[in-house]
Design a protein around this ligand. Structure first.
Ligand code: CAA
Length: 380
């Protein structure tokens, strides 16, 4: 693996870094204080081609490699983990399932709009009683002529209420276990799709996390994605790669927390010198920096493997597990470096702490990542 980015990847990093500083940073207060959904930021990202980074040019995307996408999530999340997750969900689980499993007609109809940013994507797998045990979902889809009729409910749907398309998982054959789950592309205005309450969350303010209810929701049969019964495979294979995006988001949070802590520790004087020169704080900063560096290697290695088309489910889970833990630890330590100031909203470290926690939960909890890693370990 080459430890240096290509020229194209470096250009992506610079472009996104500048965009995040000039456009996203000034918008943070609107998301934090008013929970405003960043639609205008997403429109600007669409103009830059960021809503379809890895989508082939023939479907309206930028046709770039997976590492460039991970760079973008990483850089954006350094400034706003909210925008990071919106983009990650939109791309890796909101768009890619159609790109990888859709018919040509579905790709022309949906991927082109998702890649250009005209559409925002969402992914609806989780249910009130099917979180980590995703296969135990209860939403049903019954074929009725040219339609499937969906009934059931979903929770914690990122981008819900703002999305134009939902990748929805439902049972088509209850006798067949995971082989009885199918996937549907459901458009936002489909009658019977009811957008429920938006959760008030600890962090990721400005993002949407909603309940969905399907009440005799009639989805055209042509919107079945892949074959009947292929749904669980579609969910798992896209989550596998989606997890690298969340790992990149966690890396961005950890980098931001480290940078804030270093800058503060160099400025803040106690006992006659900057606290960065006090061993207690200096050692802390050294440990934080080492954890961030190790995370960076895991995240970009997983991205590299994915970009090369090499199976990397285990590496993706390792990256997500380690990156989420690092984000949590580094954000916690950053608050400690800031002392009382770190506990106030005057500084961003309390936001990093609140945003870091969800990385250990969504797209598979840390416990689920360990299951995936261990299953591969003992199978080899
Ligand atoms: N690719 C392709 N197929 C896969 C696969 C993969 N990565 N992983 C599993 N499968 C297949 C298996 O091969 C198996 O098929 P066969 O029977 O033919 O062998 C089938 O799927 C069932 O697999 P398992 O027996 O491993 O299934 P399981 O019930 O034991 O579950 C699990 C495995 C890993 C625990 C899974 O349930 C899981 O990942 N749970 C976590 C759910 C999750 O991540 N939810 C995230 C929601 S989305 C989100 O959070 C987005 C957001 O807002 C940010």
């Amino acid at each position: 693996m080459d430890l240096k980015f290509t020229e194209e990847q470096e250009m992506m990093q610079k472009m996104v870094r500048d965009f995040a500083q000039t456009e996203i940073a000034p918008f943070i207060e609107r998301m934090e204080e008013h929970d405003e959904f960043p639609a205008e930021i997403l429109n600007k990202m669409a103009e830059l081609g960021l809503m379809g980074i890895t989508i082939p040019e023939e479907y309206g995307g930028a046709g770039m490699d997976y590492t460039s996408y991970v760079i973008a999530i990483n850089e954006i999340s350094k400034v706003s983990a909210t925008i990071g997750v919106i983009l990650s969900v939109h791309t890796s689980v909101g768009t890619n399932p159609i790109l990888y499993f859709g018919t040509e007609a579905q790709k022309q109809k949906y991927v082109t709009k998702l890649a250009s940013g005209e559409f925002l994507g969402a992914f609806a797998l989780t249910e009130p009683n099917a979180g980590s045990d995703a296969a135990s979902l209860k939403t049903r889809a019954v074929k009725d002529g040219d339609f499937y009729v969906l009934n059931g409910s979903k929770i914690f749907i990122t981008n819900g209420g703002e999305a134009d398309t939902y990748i929805v998982f439902a049972i088509t054959d209850a006798e067949k276990g995971t082989k009885g789950i199918s996937t549907f592309i459901v458009e936002k205005n489909t009658p019977g799709l009811i957008i429920g309450k938006n959760e008030h969350k600890m962090g990721l303010h400005g993002s949407r996390t909603v309940q969905l209810t399907f009440e005799d929701c009639k989805v055209p049969a042509e919107n079945l994605l892949g074959a009947e019964g292929e749904g669980f495979k579609i969910a798992m294979s896209n989550l596998e790669y989606g997890r690298i995006g969340i790992a990149a988001q966690a890396l961005g949070i950890a980098e931001a927390a480290l940078e804030a802590a270093v800058n503060y520790a160099k400025d803040r004087k106690q006992f006659g010198k900057p606290i960065a020169l006090q061993q207690g704080i200096g050692f802390k900063l050294a440990d934080m920096a080492t954890a961030v560096e190790a995370t960076r290697l895991l995240v970009y290695r997983a991205a590299y493997l994915k970009a090369q088309g090499i199976p990397c489910g285990q590496e993706a889970s390792m990256a997500k597990l380690f990156a989420s833990r690092t984000a949590m630890e580094v954000a916690t330590e950053a608050i400690q470096v800031f002392g009382g100031y770190g506990y106030t909203k005057e500084y961003p470290v309390e936001r990093y702490f609140r945003d870091a926690k969800i990385c250990e939960i969504y797209e598979g909890t840390s416990e689920i990542q360990r299951i995936v890693i261990n299953r591969k370990l003992i199978a080899d």
